[in-house]
Write a protein that binds this ligand. Structure first.
Ligand code: GN1
Ligand code: MG
Length: 367
C-alpha cells in the first residue's frame, strides 16, 4: 500500500487528525496492519481485515466493538485516560459505522494506538508470564457476563478438533507427493496423537465443560504491557467467540513457554519452560479460579498440549495445501512452524506430570 492510499482510507474515518507517515507491522499472519502517525504526533492502527479468512467482516467488527464497550463499562471506575490504555478504542467512519469498504471491496478499521506499550514475540522473564496470566485471566473474567448470543461466530469450528482433522485429511488427499514426503514425520505425529487430542473436544461436545466468551487468539504478542512490564491491554479481538477456556489458556502457554519463536528452525532452541508455565498459571488462576470448576482447572495442562497441537496441525495442513491460508516468507515456512510446534509438544510432554501436579496442588490449596 502507498502512503497516498492509506491516507485516503484514514480520511474516511471520523477524527480531526492529518495523516503524516506509516509503518507496516508484520507480526500478524492474516490481516494487514499499519501504524499511522499524524501531524499532531498521535498514532493509530489501520487494519485491513482479510475477508478470505473472515467471511462476515461486519459481524467481526460488531463483535470487537461490543466487546470493547462491555470492557469499558466493567472498568468504568478507571479514569478516561487509563481506560484508553486498558481497552481497545475503535474509531467510527464519517458514515457512523466502524469499518470502511474501499472500491476494491477491502474492509478497513481504525483503532487508537496505545502509546508506549510493549509486545513480546517470545518471553524471557517470569514476570511477563505471570503478568500475561493475569491479563488474559482478567479478560475472561470481565467478559464472563457478556451475552454470547450477541456474538457472531466469525470462523465456525475455529478450534473444533474433528473439523481440523477433516481439513487435514482433505489436504493429505490433494497434496503433492513432494510435500507429503517432506512432511512424512509430522503426518505420522498427527496420527499418533489423534485420540488424546480429541479428549477436550469430546468433553466439550458432551457439555461437561462450560462454554464461555473466549478470545481464541491469546498468543503472547496479543497482550500489551506498559513500560514497567505490567499487563495493560488484550488486543486482536477478531476471533472473540464462545469457546472453552482451555484453548485461550493453551495459546498463551504455547507462546510464553516456548523458549524460541513459533517459526524457529533450530529445534534445539525450542523447549518448554516449566517455570514460565507455573508463573502463568499463578497469574491466570488468581484472576479466574473463583469462577472455574475443578474439572476446568484439571484439564488446563491438556489445553496447553491440545492448543499447541491444533497449531501444529493447522500449519501442516496449510503446507500440504501449498500455503493458501497463512502469510509465509519462504516455501517451507509453514512446515518449519509445524515442526517447531511438534518439538514443543515433545518437550511439554516430558514435563506434563509436573504441569498436572502443579495444577492439582493449586486446587488443593483452595480447599
Ligand atoms: C493467526 O494473524 P494472527 O497472527 O493474529 C491465526 C491464529 C493463530 C496464529 C498463529 C484467524 O493469528 O489462529 O494462532 O496466526 N488467526 C486466524 O500465530 O486464523
Ligand atoms: Mg489474530
Amino acid at each position: 500500500m502507498t502512503a497516498e492510499q492509506l491516507k485516503f482510507i484514514f480520511e474516511q474515518f471520523d477524527h480531526i487528525e492529518v495523516f503524516k507517515t506509516f509503518e507496516e507491522l508484520s507480526s500478524g499472519h492474516i490481516n494487514d496492519t499499519y501504524l499511522l502517525t499524524t501531524q499532531s504526533g498521535k498514532q493509530f492502527i489501520l487494519q485491513r481485515i482479510n475477508e478470505g479468512v473472515f467471511k462476515d467482516v461486519p459481524g467481526l467488527i460488531a463483535n470487537k466493538v461490543s466487546v470493547s464497550k462491555h470492557l469499558q463499562k466493567k472498568l468504568k471506575n478507571l479514569s478516561e485516560a487509563e481506560l484508553k490504555r486498558r481497552v481497545l478504542t475503535f474509531i467510527g467512519t464519517k458514515k457512523g459505522i466502524f469499518y470502511y469498504q474501499d472500491k476494491d471491496g477491502n474492509f478497513w478499521n481504525v483503532m487508537v494506538y496505545i502509546e508506549g506499550s510493549l509486545t513480546f514475540e517470545t518471553v524471557n522473564n517470569q514476570e511477563i508470564a505471570y503478568e500475561g496470566g493475569k491479563l488474559f485471566g482478567e479478560f475472561l473474567n470481565l467478559t464472563s457476563d457478556f451475552d454470547a448470543r450477541k456474538l457472531t461466530e466469525v470462523i465456525p469450528n475455529f478450534h473444533n478438533m474433528a473439523f481440523r482433522y477433516s481439513q487435514f485429511d482433505t489436504a493429505l488427499k490433494e497434496a503433492s507427493e513432494q510435500r507429503i514426503e517432506q512432511a512424512k514425520i509430522l503426518i505420522q505425529n498427527v496420527q499418533d496423537l489423534k485420540e488424546e487430542m480429541h479428549i477436550l473436544q469430546n468433553l466439550k461436545d458432551a457439555k461437561k465443560i462450560k462454554l464461555r466468551v473466549t478470545h481464541n487468539d491469546t498468543k503472547i504478542s496479543n497482550a500489551l504491557f506498559d513500560q514497567n512490564k505490567k499487563g495493560l491491554c488484550v488486543i486482536d479481538t477478531d476471533t472473540v467467540m464462545p469457546g472453552i477456556i482451555h484453548y485461550d489458556f493453551g495459546d498463551a502457554i504455547r507462546t510464553i513457554c516456548n523458549t524460541a519463536a513459533e517459526d524457529e528452525q533450530n529445534l534445539d532452541l525450542v523447549n518448554f519452560n516449566l517455570e514460565f508455565y507455573k508463573a502463568y498459571v499463578k497469574g491466570f488462576l488468581e484472576k479466574t479460579n473463583s469462577s472455574l470448576s475443578t474439572l476446568e482447572i484439571k484439564y488446563l495442562p491438556l489445553g496447553a498440549k491440545t492448543m499447541t497441537f491444533i497449531m501444529a496441525l493447522r500449519f501442516l495442513t496449510d503446507f500440504l495445501n501449498d500455503d493458501v491460508y497463512y502469510k509465509t516468507e519462504y516455501p517451507e515456512h509453514n512446515l518449519d512452524r509445524s515442526r517447531n510446534q511438534f518439538k514443543l509438544i515433545e518437550s511439554l510432554t516430558e514435563q506434563f506430570r509436573e504441569m498436572e501436579d502443579y495444577n492439582l496442588n493449586f486446587i488443593g490449596s483452595l480447599k
